[in-house]
Design a protein around this ligand. Structure first.
Ligand code: NAD
Length: 653
């Protein structure tokens, strides 16, 4: 980069420096090197740098063992330089990411020094709670300073908050955003420097309101945790989460922000029972069983109290132009593992209901924490009360917006991406419903084939979302319709499998006509370990596709098998290397989308139906279909193209 030529663009970023080789610093360094950049990692002592480097080596080794690396670990390591001297570490860097301890004075010193050694570099901080504006004011160029808040551990967590300080230029934030994307991570903009940024702001009331509810003597700790997990699908209960992150951590953040703290939190702080790290918090991890709440507890818990407060926090962020509903929802799904974003959930609940809940709590207690956000009031007053009304935080027009899948239609191919990477694309009820909708909605004049794949790089789909089914009686559980819909869709379907393909996800893949997987992929039916059996057609498809003994081995033992064995057994069409994957899929897809639609539809139907019929009936179905096809224009086109020695152009007529 030539000095003084303006703001750095992402294309100009070649060399990155990370300051700090601790928890976050080494992880961020690893992610950057994995993406192909040259990166220098700096800490204040040689041992600290070496420790961080050792952690990166260990992590890369693990990734390689699981087949997640496209090059040997040494190749990634060769892009990492280690430094102790600050000047040597930062001179010539295009982007510097600071991940030193969370102390304002220290960060300001570091940024002031960086200012001396750099000209055009973008200076980013990984702080999780300090003001970006205040850090930036230690430099003469606050426009080049930005927050890039990675989540722990960076290698696994997909989310990065890109935060504006008061002086941050759009160019700087945009370059950081694009840089995060180039790492294969998902950035969200936090457009103002608010305390807690997006994820922690919305997450705050999750534990806080739970604390008030228990402090008021309304419920037991276990009841609240059980209700939030089993009824509302959160990955952990609020108290369980508090124990994991440390009760003191949330306590200090709230105290510093001048907020009231629920008495139960005060009690834990006084007793020095801070969570897992002290062996005891809300639960006992030494002499007790840890977080031992159970399904069925807390049926009467008013979960809306907690959710209304999180939604209120989201509404404040939107009303103050800090973030969009999409950014907030992405943030909470990827950053906190929420089953769906708070704005999406609010639209389902009804914003009028949420507002009413806040107003009544506010009236009863007079506490400021329940004061409804202006934006929430405005939405309700203008009739935007949620999905049922056609609009809430989001618009719901004729074009349905999906929350858990993404669809694209191009050149006859409908691509359906299972989009919950934070849950390894687990098949929730909502996702099942959206897949069915997308297939029902498909215009068969346009769609010639469908592919299914998983978002992120770890899973096709790791199974049915157990938490999503909680609270629903078994006889109401309707997973099968999605599998049936896929199996009977009148166009060829192909599962593109890269990573875990388990349980309900495996069943989804088996419901497709064709399956191509990367060699590192994994298949299995773990249901038996839960005391269950597959419920989406898995037992029946397995026993029809495989010899008896193999099908039963899969279902009875619940073990995983690799892609090569799956191919050898005939469960998938091909097991291919990561590098050949897209190309081979493309070869299959191009045959499917350019093939004769009516003939493919008939072939699929007679083969699927014939499989379960006796041979004679099957032959009859075939000959009927054959007779019907003879009268189609596609056959005329196919034979003409054959004699004219050209590619046929089938139109499905
Ligand atoms: P850590 O204590 O594990 O690592 C910090 C490292 O920075 C230490 O090795 C320390 O020696 C080093 N250091 C101190 N002064 C330095 C300097 N002048 N230059 C370079 N290195 C220096 O802390 P951490 O957990 O990695 O956190 C780092 C930052 O990331 C903090 O701002 C923290 O708030 C933020 N963060 C942490 C997490 C988390 O879960 N740990 C998550 C998101 C963000």
């Amino acid at each position: 980069m030539v000095a003084g030529s303006g703001t750095m663009t992402v294309e100009e970023i070649e060399r990155v420096t990370v300051l700090g080789a601790g928890n976050m610093g080494h992880g961020i360094t690893e992610v950057i090197a994995l993406a192909g950049y040259d990166v220098t990692m700096r800490d204040i002592k040689r041992e600290l740098v070496d420790d961080g480097y050792g952690s990166i080596e260990w992590s890369l080794e693990k990734l390689a063992e699981k087949g997640h690396l496209e090059e040997p670990p040494e190749a990634v390591l060769s892009r990492i330089d280690l430094e102790v001297d600050l000047e040597a570490a930062v001179v010539g860097a295009d982007l510097i990411i600071e991940a030193a301890p969370e102390r304002m004075a220290l960060k300001r010193d570091i940024f002031a020094e960086l200012d001396e050694y750099t000209d055009d570099a973008i200076l980013a901080t990984n702080t999780s709670s300090l003001s970006i504006t205040e850090i930036a004011s230690a430099t003469a160029h606050p426009e080049r300073v930005c927050g890039t808040h990675f989540f722990n551990p960076p290698v696994k967590m997909d989310l990065v908050e890109v935060i504006y300080g008061a002086g941050t230029s759009d160019e700087t934030a945009e370059t950081c955003h694009a840089f995060v994307e180039s790492l294969g991570k998902t950035p969200i903009y936090v457009r103002k420097d608010v305390n807690g940024f997006v994820v922690n702001s919305v997450l705050g009331p999750f534990g806080d309101e739970a604390g008030w509810m228990v402090s008021e003597g309304l419920y037991e700790i276990r009841e609240v945790d059980a209700a939030m997990v089993f009824q509302r699908g959160y990955p952990m209960g609020p108290f369980e989460l508090g124990d994991l992150t440390g009760i003191d951590v949330g306590y200090h953040v709230r105290k510093e922000a001048g907020k009231e703290v629920p008495p139960i939190v005060e009690e834990k702080i006084e007793a020095e029972e801070l969570g897992r790290k002290t062996g005891k918090g809300y639960y006992d991890y030494e002499s007790g069983e840890g977080a031992d709440y159970e399904r069925g507890q807390g049926e009467s818990v008013d979960t809306l109290r907690i959710e209304a407060r999180m939604i209120n926090e989201a509404a404040k962020l939107i009303g103050n132009d800090v973030a969009t509903p999409e950014a907030i929802d992405t943030g909470l799904r990827l950053g906190a593992g929420f089953p769906e974003g708070p704005c999406r959930r609010a639209d389902d609940l009804g914003l009028d209901r949420v507002l009413e809940k806040l107003e009544s709590l506010h009236e009863e207690s007079g506490a400021q924490r329940y004061e409804p956000a202006d934006h929430l009031r405005e939405l309700v007053e203008s009739g935007r009360t949620g999905k049922a009304a056609g609009a809430g935080f989001y618009e719901y027009g004729d074009e349905r917006e999906y929350a858990t899948i993404e669809t694209t239609l191009e050149e006859g191919l409908l691509e359906i991406t299972l989009d919950r990477p934070e849950r390894l694309n687990a098949l929730s009820q909502e996702m099942a419903g959206e897949i069915v909708h997308a297939l029902d909605d498909a215009d068969l004049d346009e769609v010639r084939a469908v592919t299914f794949e998983g978002a992120g790089d770890r899973a096709f789909c790791a199974g049915a979302d157990i938490t999503g089914f909680a609270g629903i009686e078994p006889h109401e559980k309707e997973v099968t319709p999605v599998h049936k819909h896929v199996a009977e869709f009148p166009r060829p379907t192909l599962a593109k499998i890269d990573g875990y393909c388990l349980g309900g996800g495996f069943e989804l893949a088996l419901a497709c006509d064709l399956r191509i997987a990367t060699e590192g992929s994994n298949f299995g039916f773990p249901e038996i370990d839960l005391g269950l059996i597959p419920g989406g057609g898995g037992t029946q498809r397995a026993i029809r596709m495989l010899p008896d003994a193999r099908a039963k081995e899969l279902i009875f033992r619940g073990d995983h098998i690799g892609a090569e064995r799956a191919a050898e057994w005939g469960l998938i069409n091909r097991a291919v290397s990561e590098s050949d994957f897209e190309e081979i899929v493309e070869e299959f897809v191009s045959d499917l989308t350019s093939g004769p639609p009516i003939a493919l539809r008939k072939a699929k139907r007679v083969m699927n139906r014939g499989r379960d019929a006796d041979f004679e009936t099957g032959l009859e179905m075939e000959s009927q279909a054959f007779g019907l096809l003879l009268g189609t224009e596609d056959v005329a086109e196919g034979t003409a193209a054959f004699s004219e020695d050209r590619e046929p152009e089938f139109r499905g007529e």
